[in-house]
Ligand binder design. Sequence first.
Ligand SMILES: [Fe+2]
Length: 195
Amino acid sequence: MTHQAKDFSYLKGKLKSLSEKQLEEHFKLYKGYVARINLIESELAKADKSHTNYSWGNWSELKRREAVAYNGTYLHQYYFENLGNDGMTPSNEFKAAVDEAFGSWENFLADIKSTALSTIGWVLVCRRKADGKLHSYLLTEHHGGLPVDQDIVLVIDSYEHAFFLDYGVDRGGYIQALFEDINWEAVNKRFAALK
Ligand SMILES: [Fe+2]
């Protein structure tokens, strides 16, 4: 097994924005993606490469779904890792980069919320390699929507499965509350590592 599920159970009871039940259900889903990417990789290793086709072929289908399970695994990992605030705050370097890219911290938060309300899925804050600036992106599926050459700094899971037990259909309320629970130390570290 190449990919191992990480244990994020330490988040239960620690977050103000998400209940233990909500997190438990989400962990189950995350572990499912880890199992799937391991299964896809083991199936690819033995699949017949001569039966490939755009319409259907076992090897082709496994290749088409590979990035779904891979990103389903690692985007969840980014997300859970950047949750859990112990009084940490964004670094001055990160805040300066936010100001440069979004104009102000308030506009950054408004951008993230609006981006989340524009998708059924992921919201990512990345540093684009081409201009060295922060940008927000949305993904509607795990494997689709992320422009190339980006370094991931912050990941927000905005699928309904991430918040429905606690917020119903109130995606905006979830995003608003989640910002109180961002592990800025994790975000600061990712950002500092880019320099
Ligand atoms: Fe999720």
